[in-house]
Design a protein around this ligand. Structure first.
Ligand code: NAP
Length: 285
């Protein structure tokens, strides 16, 4: 039976580290870390995410400022706000909650955020920095996954790592981070042939496809580390992951649950990135 990787506990430890450093910045340098969160429209899921980010900021001692814009906000108005935030010294990190309404070009907005304040690490400059291994911020979800793998004590060096999913926010950066830790990485996607055979080679399997309970126990190598990034709904509308936990936990060595696995890590890593941004902008190491 697999050991459960407790994302709540690991994320709490990350937030504690961040809170301690934020308190030190305030005491020693009079600096209060600030995150600006921009939300456009009234998507209920986005509202929940933004509220959670605000709560996390409070918990670690950051100042969070919310900019809740009307659904009909124009792209130009949003870009103007981003520009104001880029130039505001009290703002260390800028987060524009995605998705944006259809009439706004997400790429244009992401590209407008100053790379130094891009705590989601979505700006092409930050994406490029990840490719060459010279980065300030890591994208929050893949960085959270790395921390969870680290918490198992399993060394990535030389391991067969399989990532299912190749999105820009999870799959691709995840593969890059595993590669930087000396994993031998295979990236799978919807056109991959022999997915099951490839999964069965994985010592470390990261699943990020968005399909409820897609990966079953018979696709998992005995003793593997299984990280489930998925946030899906099962046939009863209950939150579940991309991995069929029930069959997978019988085979895996370590496994993340959904909820309580990767989910809590994403916000914790966002707090860490915002702290890093504040330190870099003030020239503090
Ligand atoms: P996405 O942009 O929709 O990408 C899904 C990826 O899965 C694509 O690369 C797709 O391949 C691949 N895929 C789809 N069906 C497949 C199949 N049958 N076999 C193999 N590969 C398949 O999704 P995402 O943004 O990466 O998110 C993935 C999941 O993670 C979602 O459930 C999302 O809600 C969750 N998520 C969770 C967090 C968190 O904080 N826990 C953060 C982000 C995302 P193609 O490229 O060929 O289409």
């Amino acid at each position: 039976m697999a050991k459960i990787i407790d994302g709540k506990a690991v994320s709490a430890a990350v937030k504690e580290e961040v809170a301690a450093e934020a308190a030190k910045l305030k005491d020693e340098h009079g600096l209060k870390v600030g995150l600006a969160v921009v939300i456009v429209g009234s998507d209920p899921a986005s509202r929940v995410y933004v509220n959670n980010k605000k709560k996390a900021c409070e918990a670690v001692g950051f100042r969070s400022t919310e900019y809740a814009l009307d659904e009909n906000t124009t792209q130009e108005q949003l870009l103007d706000l981003v520009n104001v935030l880029n130039n505001d010294k009290a703002v260390n990190g800028i987060l524009v909650q995605l998705p944006l309404p259809k009439h706004i070009d997400e790429k244009a907005v992401i590209n407008a955020i100053s790379p130094e304040k891009d705590v989601d690490a979505f700006h092409p400059v930050n994406v490029g920095r990840i490719m060459i291994g010279d980065y300030a911020f890591l994208p929050c979800t893949p960085a959270g996954v790395m921390r969870l793998i680290e918490s198992t004590g399993v060394d990535i060096t030389g391991k067969q790592c399989v990532v299912i999913g190749r999105s820009n926010i999870v799959g691709k950066p995840q593969a890059m981070l595993l590669l930087q830790k000396n994993g031998t990485v295979t990236v799978c996607h919807s056109r991959t042939k022999n997915l099951k055979e490839i999964c069965l080679t994985a010592d470390i399997l990261v699943v990020a496809i968005g399909k409820a309970k897609f990966v079953t126990g018979d696709m998992i190598k005995e003793g593997a580390v299984v990280i489930d990034v998925g946030m899906d709904r099962d046939e009863n509308g209950k939150l579940c992951g991309d991995v069929d936990f029930e069959s997978a936990e019988k085979v895996a060595g370590y496994i993340t649950p959904v909820p309580g696995g990767v989910g809590p890590m994403t916000i914790a890593m966002l707090m860490k990135n915002t702290l890093t941004a504040a330190k870099q902008q003030s020239g503090i190491e």
